[in-house]
Structure formats: C-alpha cells, structure tokens
Design a protein around this ligand. Structure first.
Ligand SMILES: [Zn+2]
Length: 423
C-alpha cells in the first residue's frame, strides 16, 4: 500500500469513529427540580449535548447504554442551568468604581477584559444562559464577547444581547457636565420616527438579540425619574424590532414609564419599583413580565451607607418590598434578574435569596430563574427545563434549594451543552 492510500484509509477510519461516537452521561442526584416541580429519585441521561431521558432511577438504570459515564451525587439536587435575566457583563460593582467613571474613564479594552472574567464567573455560578441588557457605553463589544463564548474561545453563558440600548435624547447619563461639551452616554440616543427606526435596525444589524429602551430615567425637574419616550415612539420601536423577530424590553421604575412601555408593547419591565395596582393589572392583561432587580437596589442602598440588619430600612427598600409583593400577589409573572454588574458577577444567586427574603417561596424563585425566564425570553424548547430533547445545560447543588434557597450556592457540577465546566 502506498503512503497516500494508507493516509486515506486512516482518515476514513477516523471519520467513521467520529460519526459513530456517542457519549452518554448519567447523573443520579437525590432529586430533580425540572423547572416546575421536584421529582424524587429521578435521574437524567445525557446523550452528547442533549437530554435523552429523565426517569425514575431504577427504570433508567435497567437500560443504561454501555460506556455510560455515571455521576452519582448523593444528597444533591439537579436543576436546569439557571437563566440570569438582567446582567451587564461590561459593568463591575459601583462601590469599586462608580458607574459614571466606568463609562467615561475605563478603556473599552479594559472593560472587555473584565467582561471575559465576568462571563466565566457567571457560568461557574450555575448560570448557563444570561440576558445582557446593555453594554453601557461599550458600544457593540457584547457582540464579540458572545461570539468568543459561542466559538469556545472563552467560557461563559449562552448570551442574549441588547448591544447599546436606546435612550431619548437628554434623558440618560453621565450628566452634570458643562453644556458646552459633548459627553458620551451610556446608551444610544434616538428620537422620532426615522431616527428610531434607523437605530433599532442598526442595533439589530450589528447583532442585537433584543432591543432595550429606557422608558424613564432620572431627568425630572428635581432630578426625579420621569418618562422619556412617548407611547407612539415605544410602539414604533417595538414594531420595528418585532418585524425582525426581536422583542423589546424596558427599563422603567415610574408608574407612567411602565404604563407607556406596557401599552407600547414591551415584553418585560426591568425594575418596576413604583408600579401601582393599575399597572400590575395592565401587566397581567398584556402578559408582560416584571424583572424586579431586588439585589441591585439592596446593593446600592448599602453602597450609600445603609448597614443592613443594623440600621432601619431606607424608604427605597421598604417601598420595593411592598411593590414587589403587590406585583406577585396581583399575578404578574416575575422574571429572575438581579441587574448584575451593580454587584459582583458570580454572585447572581443574591437575587434568588432576595426574592425569598421579600416573600417568595424558594421553589417559585427557582421557577422564575428557569422555566419562567425561558418562556419570557423565547428560549422554550431549548433551555430552562430538564426535559427530553432540551440542551444539556444542568446545575447540580448539594442540598435542596427548593426548600433552602442558600443551597443554590453549594455547586457540585455545572454542565453547558453537555460539557462539564472545569473538566
Ligand atoms: Zn440594568
């Protein structure tokens, strides 16, 4: 046999091996939280990057394919990989560097370097998917970050990205400079018919998976939050984004900002601090979810000097607790999202703990971080549930977080796309 033939034969054998190689992993915890309910003594069989079966352990063990890798995790709970609903990978905690200094003084190369680390920390904390709601001045750098993750160059969650986000001219920040100079903003200014259409399309063209708007911001006469875009402007944004298959989401904390955003057709309201019973009713009617970002408010109050557990609760915290409970009781769907970046990436579970602290049952908070976020972000049939045919994005923790939410931090295993992280 000449050399060429030998090489060809080897190649054929090699490609046949690849084609026929199936890898099976069987994980055997005490229980599975499948995104909606607990299944005791169930196990999961993973074939390559997908969930092949979920069954009673005795049943599954009768038919294990040969060469299955068995991972026995006694005392543990297996969950879908968690979905972070509101992160800013290009921001780091404001008590390290104020937001304004991050936007104005940090080089984009520096911010990207940090974002790479933040992405890895997010994933290792069990968050296999994340919705990044704006680079806050770092332009389209989330597009490259997402690609680097998808290409396997760096480790991080599956990303849904907003790129620059949209603000009404004059409404956003940094603020307080001489009116004679042009200060770069933390998001992209746009107004009126043609400008809005163009900028929405431009963000989509550059890679935005969704459009984020700031429906209100602190630009009222006395520095209070006030609405920004008109309802017609929001409708136009939503319609333009929708025709390219993208949802629109809104930062809104005033009742009027929320009302306009909801009537304008956004799918999620971020923060929602000052919602009223009318607003909650409208959200239920229009099937708009609330992403409450409890941990961000909690962190900011502490950065401003509040000693949690010692000092009385600041007004802002009291109000937030109240409105969050009202929304939940009114039947508003609650997404999970902490506004990470305000506090440390990797500490995403802080929002889960706060949801429970503010009155939710642990299992309901976990539903928000899995099946509810999956549905709200159009990820149904892919992630957010432990279900046959879904991607093998899985988290295993010691203990039972559906009873004790703090157990969500006892990480034993994170799997993304069938691959165990850290192996
Ligand atoms: Zn945010």
């Amino acid at each position: 046999m000449n050399k060429l033939k030998a090489v060809l034969l080897l190649l054929m054998i090699f490609s046949f091996e690849i084609a026929s190689a199936q890898s099976y992993i069987y994980i055997k915890p005490d229980r599975i939280f499948d995104g909606e309910k607990n299944l005791e003594r169930y196990g999961v069989l993973i074939k390559n990057n997908k969930i092949e079966s979920i069954e009673n352990q005795l049943t599954i063990e009768k038919n294990l394919p040969k060469d299955t890798k068995v991972i026995d995790l006694k005392g543990c709970t297996l969950l879908p990989g968690l979905i972070e609903g509101h992160t800013h990978l290009f921001l780091h905690p404001y008590n390290e560097t104020p937001w304004e200094d991050q936007v104005l003084k940090e080089a984009r190369s520096y911010r990207t370097s940090r974002a790479v680390v933040h992405a890895e920390r997010t994933l290792k904390a069990g968050f296999t998917t994340a919705r990044d709601l704006g680079t806050e001045g770092a332009e389209f750098d989330d597009v490259g970050l997402k690609k680097a993750i998808n290409d396997g160059i760096i480790e991080g969650p599956r990303l849904l990205i907003a790129t620059k986000a949209l603000i009404a001219t004059g409404s956003y920040a940094p603020k307080g400079f001489s009116p004679d100079i042009q200060v770069p903003q933390g998001a992209e200014e746009a107004d009126g018919h043609d400008d809005l259409i163009k900028k929405v399309r431009n963000q989509i063209g550059h890679g935005a998976d969704l459009i984020k708007i700031y429906a209100d911001y602190r630009w009222g006469l006395r520095g209070e939050a006030a609405p920004t875009f008109s309802i017609d402007e929001i409708k136009l944004i939503v319609e333009t984004a929708k025709s390219a298959g993208r949802p629109t989401v809104a930062h809104a904390s005033t009742a009027e900002g929320m009302r306009r955003a909801i009537l304008g057709g956004v799918e999620t309201i971020e923060h929602g601090d000052n919602g009223t019973s009318e607003v909650w009713k409208l959200m239920v009617e229009k099937n708009v979810c609330l992403c409450p970002t409890l941990a961000a408010g909690d962190a900011i109050s502490q950065y401003r000097g509040w000693k949690k557990g010692i000092d009385p609760e600041p007004e802002r915290i009291k109000k937030k607790k109240e409105t969050f409970k009202q929304a939940f009781d009114a039947g508003v769907k609650i997404c999970f999202g902490g506004d990470v970046g305000v506090f440390a990436h990797g500490d995403n579970a802080r929002e889960l703990e706060m949801m429970v602290e503010y009155g939710m049952k642990p299992i309901d908070a976990l539903k928000s971080a899995t099946s509810i976020n999956s549905d709200a972000f159009h990820l149904e049939n892919q992630v957010g549930r432990v279900k046959v045919g879904f991607l093998a994005d899985i988290l295993v923790v010691d203990g039972n977080p559906t009873q004790n939410i703090k157990d969500i931090r006892n990480i034993k295993l994170v799997m993304k796309d069938g691959k165990i992280i850290g192996e």
